[in-house]
Ligand binder design. Structure first.
Ligand SMILES: [Zn+2]
Length: 387
């Protein structure tokens, strides 16, 4: 009978604690005072191991999970899809260890469901073992408090001689909320996780680009990155959870493309650096063995219709192979210097005119290649079209 009475008391204790926790859960967990509830249940910490965490029969299985648009369970902290290891995180730590006569955590919170969050192994670090007692250290329980994490980081590119790759850097202002968020980001290794994700997506983009057999010029890269950005953006919109972006691969892909779009436009070395990274991933089989080893150089030099005619005459076979390859990768044909004059001295109107003419001629080349037409009257056709 004694045992039953104890269980009833424990039940009342947990119910009161739950109410107390809920009242403090938004911004004030530092004020949570377990002593207000008159109870000394030394047994609680051991219950955590025997009743909750136990893999097979434990209550662990019954804890709720957050799901993404594809109905996959995700970690509510870093938003990654659960892979193998799913753990329970104590938002207010449960450690009974003492330092300077004060308990680091609160063992009596060990089995309180609202203090437990199912999260991934990467997020469940041991960095947070001391509970908060001041407002700016107050824990954030992701089930109660949401914040727009995207406002706290920016994408940059690590740019050294050896490597060119995206990175994510968090920054905070000097106020209470930002201090709490900084603790949250640090305790759960989110900066590291996000950096890992963005680098992974960048490698994916580079791998696709590496399938292209030649050096990628600005006029090939720019529309391609824009196109990729659109795809990522559409996917991210589709993947929104409760009207908020899901911070997984499509979102990070979108951030990379948005950053690259600006960078390609404003920093001429970007195209070169991207090509360096792409080259690291190219396999010898992905290079085309051109019969003219100067194929690409010659292609890049074409400036007038006359140059183009000569280039095609001398490189017809290579051009056909080249076109088949880039077509497979979704790229268009590009003669970067076609009709190029000293652009600095050109007015915007003339620049647009040059690009229009250039695209028109590239479309004609494409038409010839697609239809298998001989290039005998190519020059005449071009002159006729552009006048
Ligand atoms: Zn996680």
């Amino acid at each position: 009978m004694k045992e039953v009475a104890d269980e009833e008391k424990l039940c009342i204790f947990l119910t009161e604690l739950d109410r107390e926790y809920k009242s403090k859960a938004i911004g004030s967990l530092y004020e949570l005072n377990v002593n207000l509830i008159q109870s000394q249940y030394e047994i609680i910490p051991s219950w955590y191991d025997s009743h909750i965490r136990k893999e097979s029969k434990g209550l662990f299985q019954k804890f709720p999970v957050v799901k993404n648009t594809y109905n996959q369970a995700i970690c509510p902290i870093c938003e990654g899809v659960f892979s193998t290891k799913v753990t329970l995180e104590h938002i207010i730590p449960k450690s009974g260890k003492e330092k300077n006569g004060q308990k680091l955590g609160e063992p009596r919170l060990a089995i309180l469901p609202i203090n437990l969050v199912k999260c991934c192994g990467e997020c469940n670090t041991s960095k947070h073992s001391k509970r908060s007692f001041i407002e700016e250290e107050s824990e954030i329980n992701p089930y109660f408090e949401e914040f727009a994490i995207e406002k706290y980081f920016e994408v940059n590119f690590n740019d050294t001689n050896e490597v060119f790759q995206p990175s994510i850097v968090f920054h905070y202002k000097d106020n209470t909320m930002d201090k709490r968020i900084r603790n949250f980001i640090n305790n759960y290794n989110i900066e590291k996780t996000y950096n890992h994700r963005i680098k992974l997506e960048f490698q994916k983009i580079l791998t696709i680009l590496a399938n292209n057999p030649i050096t990628l010029t600005k006029s090939i890269l720019k529309p391609y990155i824009e196109h990729l950005s659109d795809i990522y953006s559409k996917n991210s919109e589709f993947e929104k959870i409760d009207d908020k972006y899901w911070f997984d691969q499509n979102y990070f892909g979108f951030l990379i493309c948005e950053h690259l779009k600006i960078r390609i436009e404003n920093d001429t070395s970007t195209v070169y650096k991207l090509n360096e990274e792409i080259n690291k991933l190219r396999k010898p089989s992905q290079y085309i063995a051109f019969s003219n080893p100067e194929f690409q150089n010659d292609m890049n030099k074409v400036q007038t219709i006359r140059d183009l005619e000569i280039f095609i005459k001398n490189n017809k076979e290579d051009l056909i192979v080249y076109y088949q390859q880039i077509k497979k990768q979704g790229f268009s044909i590009d003669f970067p210097k076609l009709f190029k004059v000293d652009e600095d001295r050109l007015r915007k109107k003339c620049l647009e005119d040059r690009l229009r003419k250039k695209r028109l001629i590239e479309e004609i080349v494409k038409y010839y290649l697609e239809s298998g037409k001989s290039f005998d009257h190519f020059g005449e056709d071009c002159s006729f079209v552009i006048g």
